[in-house]
Every structure is written in C-alpha cells, then in structure tokens.
Design a protein around this ligand. Structure first.
Ligand SMILES: Nc1ncnc2c1ncn2[C@@H]1O[C@H](COP(=O)(O)OP(=O)(O)OP(=O)(O)O)[C@@H](O)[C@H]1O
Length: 354
C-alpha cells in the first residue's frame, strides 16, 4: 500500500491523565487513491491526520508512505513533518493576504529556478481553473476560488500525500457540492493520493474511493463507499450513515421476517444460528421503504420533512414499529394519514438485538 497505517494510537495528556484520541487504527491507501474519514465531532479524525503529517507523536503503531517508515512508536522513530513531503489543506485555509494568487501558489517553490517556478505556477493555475486570476489578491476572490488557490498552493511542491481537514466547512452548501466534485477531478487529474476529513456524508461519498467511519478513536470500517452504505460493518456505521431504523427481525434460512413481511436477499447475513433463536434487528433505510397504495401494510405518517425531490416521512405501523421512508415529493400526504408501504431491500443488513 502507498500509505499504510498499522495500529496507530494517539493520546493527549489532560490534567495529568492520558486520553486516547486515536485507538489502533489500521488502513491502507493505494497510489492515486482518495480516502475520506468521516465520523462525529471529537472521534479523532483531525488527530489521525496530524499524526500522519508528523504534527503529533504516535503512542502505538506505525505509519509508512511508499514503503518508507515515517513514524514507529516501538522504536521511537518520528520523521520531522517537514521531511515527510506531505501537503496540508486545513479548514482555515489562510492564504497570505498581501500576496497575489500566483505568489501564494509559488510560496512553497522558492527553491525552484525562476522559469521552473513559473511553469509550475501556471500548471497549478490551469489545474484549478484560475489562470485568469493569477494577479488578483485573495480578498478579490470568492470563498470557493480562495479554496482552489489553497489547493493549488498545497499541490505545487508535488507532495507525496495530501491531507485535507474539512477544507469546505466555511462554504455554503451549494458551493461545497460543486467544489467536492471539482476537488475529486483535480486530485485525479494530478494523480494525487489524498486523505480527506469531513462531517458531510454526501461529500464523503462524492470524493472518496475509500471511506472510513470513525467513532471514539476507532476506525469502525474502511471500505468502498458503496460497501460502507450497503454493507455497514457495525451497528454504529449502519446508524451513522444514511437515515434508517432498526426493526425486529427473525432469520428464516435465506429470508428475514420483519414487520414489513418476508425479505429475500438475506444470503449475505450471518446464519440464523448466529443469533439466539434467529432473532435479530434489521436495518431499514429510508430508501428501502417504498410507498405503494396497493401494499397490504399501512403506516401512519407521524412527521414529514420536505427535501425538494422527496419527503422524508417518519412512519408508525399499527404495532407501533417506527420507520422512515424517502418518498418522491409529488406524493404529498399529510401528517396523520395512513399510506401503503412495502420494503424493497437489495442488501439485507442484520445485527444482534441491542
Ligand atoms: N491538543 C489536544 N489536547 C488534548 N485533547 C485533545 C487535543 N486535540 C484534540 N483533543 C481531544 O481528542 C479527541 C479527538 O479530537 P479530534 O480533533 O481529533 O476529533 P475530530 O474527529 O477531528 O473532531 P471534529 O470533527 O470536531 O473536528 C477529542 O476528544 C478532543 O477533545
């Protein structure tokens, strides 16, 4: 693996005690791959990036880049940050306010000869689509343009790895969405290997070749986005990603009995013997529950949220089971109404009862 973390642990000293911020994290990223870490506030995402960058010392484990050992807790090896050739883009991207865009981008290239430096600056301006803004000052740029300059500045010295910590968090939602697609295109075009931290699931799925979900310092899953969504490895990941609920289930061979009837496609679930009496909990995401007037199962709408293309309905079955359903917004039913629903689940996900 191009980037390989093996059992990385990191602790902070707090009032004499040690508090673990990262616990035994192992992950791999291939050359040119984009990894994204997501998880609730305080789960250790930033700490993990800082450990890779060399800004924190490991308490356990090893970090390797291109086979080179950057840090090893056992031997005490800690390559200084400036020798790792790792680029950083942080939330407060802080361009130098008194320097033009091209001077900002060229800042890390002072060791280059002038002609090579100019050529690289132009290459980077072209990459981020800002050739026309080379002589502008940062305050003359929009937030999104400033963030592109920050990206160009970080990429200019050709880092082996780029670490990005919530770079879009100060931008509005529409801009974030278009920038995350641009970011992926720019990083892919330049063949950059990068690890990106975000709170935003849509951003994680739009950018990542691999997505990691962290909780309380642990990496709960590290997989392709499709797998993280459809085959969550733990109950936490299932709960954290997407909108869903757990309903009681009973495994019967390759089927699971649920309050919405028998579900097929349970062949990837643990065998019924994995749960006492086959009793389990089944993840039903909002997109697994489909509105169908002809369906025999009826549910009462308790709450609804308009999301443009769809409504997110919170539903209650006659037996009290609660569900969520994403329903196309031309089906505008009112709260208190009973509607027909059925389950349409491609990948059945079950866990033991909590
Ligand atoms: N310098 C520090 N000293 C002591 N504790 C710290 C320090 N930095 C972070 N922590 C603690 O370590 C844990 C992980 O913090 P970290 O910033 O890595 O989380 P995060 O997932 O990036 O959070 P957020 O999404 O809110 O930025 C938290 O409990 C935090 O309070």
């Amino acid at each position: 693996m191009f980037l390989a973390l093996d059992g990385v642990g990191l602790q902070y000293g707090q009032r004499g005690a040690k508090v673990a911020a990262v616990r035994g994290v192992s992950l791999g990223l291939g050359r040119g791959e984009l990894g994204v870490l997501i998880g609730p506030s305080g789960c250790g995402k930033t700490s993990l990036l800082r450990a890779i960058a060399g800004l924190e010392t490991l308490d356990s484990g090893r970090v390797r880049l291109e086979g080179e050992l950057l840090a090893d807790a056992a031997s005490g090896l800690q390559l200084p940050a400036e020798q790792r050739r790792i680029g950083l883009v942080f939330q407060d991207f802080a361009l130098f306010p008194h320097l033009t865009v091209d001077a900002n981008i060229g800042f890390g290239l002072r060791a280059h000869k002038p002609a090579a430096r100019q050529a690289r600056i132009h290459e980077m301006l072209d990459l981020v689509g800002l050739e026309h803004a080379a002589k502008r000052m940062p305050h003359q740029l929009s937030g999104g343009q400033q963030q592109r300059v920050a990206l160009a500045r970080a990429l200019a010295p050709a880092p082996r790895l780029l670490l990005l910590d919530e770079p879009f968090s100060s931008l509005d939602v529409d801009l974030r969405e278009s920038l995350s697609q641009d970011l992926r295109a720019i990083l892919k075009a330049s063949g950059t290997t990068a690890l990106f931290v975000t709170h935003d699931q849509a951003e994680a799925f739009a950018i990542g070749d691999r997505v990691g979900v962290m909780q309380q310092g642990l990496l709960e899953q590290w997989d392709e986005p499709y797998t993280v969504y459809h085959r969550p490895a733990t109950r936490f990941v299932a709960d954290f990603i997407g909108h869903g609920v757990f309903v009681p289930g009973q495994l019967e061979g390759q089927q699971v009995r649920t309050p919405l009837g028998l579900l097929d496609n349970a062949q990837d679930c643990p065998l019924p013997g994995a749960y006492p009496g086959g009793r389990c909990e089944v993840l039903l995401r909002a997109d697994d529950v489909v509105h169908d007037d002809a369906a025999p199962v009826k549910a009462c709408i308790e709450h609804k949220v308009f999301r443009g293309a769809e409504f997110l309905y919170t539903l209650r079955l006659a037996d009290g089971t609660r569900l969520v359903a994403a329903v196309p917004s031309h089906h505008d039913h009112h709260v208190g109404e009973w509607i027909g629903i059925k389950a349409q689940v491609d990948h059945v996900v079950t866990f033991g009862t909590a």
